[in-house]
Write a protein that binds this ligand. Sequence first.
Ligand code: PLP
Length: 413
Amino acid sequence: MRKVFPKTGIDWPALEAEMAALSDEDIDWRHGRAPLYVFHGSDSAYEVGRQAFMKYFSENALGGRRAFFGLKRMEDEVIEMGLDLFQAPDGAVGNMSTGGSESIFMAVKACRDWARGQTRLKEPFNIIAPFTAHAAFNKAADVMDLEVRRLDTAADRRADVGAMAAAVDDSTIMVVGSAPCFPHGVIDHIEELSALALDRDIWLHVDACVGGYVAPFFQRMGRRIPLYDFALPGVRTLSADLHKFGFCPKPASTLFYRLEEDRERGLFHFDQWPNGQFSTATLSGTRAGGAVAAAWAVMHHLGVDGYTAIARDLAAMADAYVSGIKAIDGLYLVADPDLTIINFAADDFDIFSVAEAMGTRGWLPGLTQNPKGMHAMLSMFHETGREEYLADLESCVEQVKGTNSQSGLKAVY
Ligand SMILES: Cc1ncc(COP(=O)(O)O)c(C=O)c1O
């Protein structure tokens, strides 16, 4: 039955109680039972982000230049800190957006507009990406009438750069690499992609949406992280999400351009309407001021030392998950994760049946297809539930092993 718009207003205490009741059946994500969607770094980063968000709850980042100068300054500083982190050369620029999909969209738009000015490039344009690239590239391509050619990865689940090079033709405008890819958590061979992009004079976008704000700190604590940022000369744009492993409140992402003229290509300008000049660097018009303020505050609160300390905790936790999973007979990691995304599979029994059994125990299953696997993007929410998860996983594997069980589950993001 359709909800009726209430005639008289309802006070907050009653609304609060109703809202709590509405979420009664939610997955217990605070205790690590959701393998995606939510992130946690530290309690203090959470609290600083929340407080800062609420302070700028009503401000609109769209009006940063004309009305909310403090917010504009904060956005500029978030970008400058990101440029510093990603080793961008002088002259590089960037802007915040509302998420990874939007950052990717704007990078593709800038690239498409650049390509239109290159007479050697023939429409319809295409983008060459590994099978593992995020769906957002197809979303952008769908809107802009571009084609995405997804190629199988190499045996290590990283982009097969040789195959990508062979697929480049007169209509290829962009090659994509992920740092890391969402399905398997491995960083593509960005150094080789950079060389390919320079050699063929095409755009390389590095999608560091999920790993951008954590990989540099894994590196600082001594982990071997392959190069993926502007230190590589072929990297033309890079997206990195603050609302993931930057531990900032949603919605907050960053998009960086090596060249200022490319950012200009990403902008939308229009003045043929009554309100005159309208210019944005994002698909969105209005943007939450709170998200900008919170990102600024969390980055300052944690600093390099704070992010490195969280990276240390994350790495220890991810290692414990990996060894716990490897210790369960019949399970193996699809790839050795570079950061904290894990994907594991089984050859002797149906892994989706295991996932289904985990679902009945209150764990939202993360699933991948081609190959079939179970998936989790681990943040500090997952430390609390780790032992219980591994114990349940072992028992669900035992339950499924030796049966011909075939789950009807499908991989869903
Ligand atoms: C590698 C990668 N790119 C892009 C995105 C899209 O980000 P968003 O959901 O913020 O649009 C994600 C989301 O998980 C991702 O993992």
